[in-house]
Write a protein that binds this ligand. Structure first.
Ligand code: SAM
Length: 312
């Protein structure tokens, strides 16, 4: 996977040399390049921000350096039909005869794709430009974005090229995102319901979550299937040696060697933990995924399983 990150603090990304992400970079699974936004400024002060239109506190990131950065890292020739910098051919149509929104002037083909095989947003369904070169997916961290989840991490792990734009101050001029959306897929993504100083930490988090899903990165890929958020549950607590430590013992069942009992215990703990700590996840559980023993375990832990079909 190719990843480009644009930031005014490239040094922020030195941790990506470490641990398994570092190894993924060293062995070429992750081809990461970090770029200084200021290298796309043209004034002596290398200015990237200015006061907000409409007034208010703080500064906003100016569009020009971002526009040049995105042009350099997602060149027009990678976009469908090679759009001009404003995304349009001189006649107002995209050069392949599509209207600016990517639709054929007379509408869509019956399969929902434009006649040349492009999706309605003007991109090929697999995110590839018609010449087979991958288009980047632009990810813009923002507290106003779509919440980042394990499901999104899986989705991003299927991309061939991610491009991250790290905002600072009060964020990036909206026109940068609006213009980018005329030629590539753009997703604003939030780490959670709080506000950080900048997008760099969000990119570190997202890249770590995505990299561990890339083929060959984890020694035991089976562990991905059992961990928290893989199937709507939190994982059961884990223990290692010694069996007793400072008066606390590892639960007997985990030392029993009885794989059936261990699996049942882990499932019961996962259900009770999820119900206790994450009522939102618990309420979202598919009732059909809970069998009688799951329901009994929840009952013992004092929780009412979501009503519905009871699996055997
Ligand atoms: N004015 C913005 C708002 O209220 O939505 C907040 C800007 S914040 C101070 C500066 C930058 O930090 C944002 O542009 C974004 O890149 C990053 N950021 C802050 N909180 C974030 C969050 N919860 N998730 C992802 N990125 C965040």
């Amino acid at each position: 996977m190719r990843v480009d990150v644009v930031s005014i603090f490239p040094e922020y990304f030195t941790p990506l040399d470490l641990s398994l992400v570092g190894r993924a970079r060293a062995n070429g699974v992750l081809r990461l390049a970090v770029h200084d936004l200021r290298s796309w400024t043209h004034d002596v002060h290398r200015t990237v921000d200015d006061t907000p239109y409409g007034g208010g506190p703080g500064m906003v990131m100016r569009p020009e350096p971002w526009g040049d950065a995105l042009d350099a890292l997602a060149p027009a020739e990678l976009t469908p039909g090679g759009l001009s910098p404003d995304g349009l051919a001189p006649d107002g149509l995209a050069p392949d005869g599509l209207a600016p929104d990517g639709l054929a002037p007379d509408g869509l083909a019956p399969d929902g794709l434009a006649p040349d095989g492009l999706a309605p947003d003007g991109l090929a369904p697999d995110g590839l430009a018609p010449d087979g070169l991958a288009l980047p997916r632009l990810l813009v961290p923002s507290p106003a974005g779509e919440p980042f989840t394990q499901a999104m991490a899986h989705e991003l792990a299927g991309e061939s090229h991610l491009l991250f734009a790290c905002g600072r101050y009060e964020g990036i001029d909206q026109r940068v995102l609006d213009h980018a959306a005329t030629r590539m897929r753009v997703t604003e993504v939030s780490l959670g319901d709080y506000v950080l100083f900048g997008g760099e930490v969000a990119v570190l988090v997202i890249l770590e979550a995505v990299t561990r899903l890339l083929p060959g990165v984890l020694g035991n890929a089976g562990s991905l299937d059992e961990e928290s958020h893989a199937h709507g549950l939190l994982e059961a607590p884990m223990y290692t040696k010694p069996a007793a430590w400072r008066g606390h013992e590892v639960p007997e069942v985990l030392r029993s060697g009885d794989h059936g009992r261990i699996a049942r215990w882990r499932r019961d703990e996962a259900l009770a933990r999820t119900a206790t700590r994450r009522p939102d996840m618990f309420a979202a559980l598919d009732p059909a995924s809970l069998d009688k023993r799951d329901r009994a375990a929840l009952d013992r832990a004092g929780f009412q399983a979501p009503p519905g079909h009871v699996a055997k």
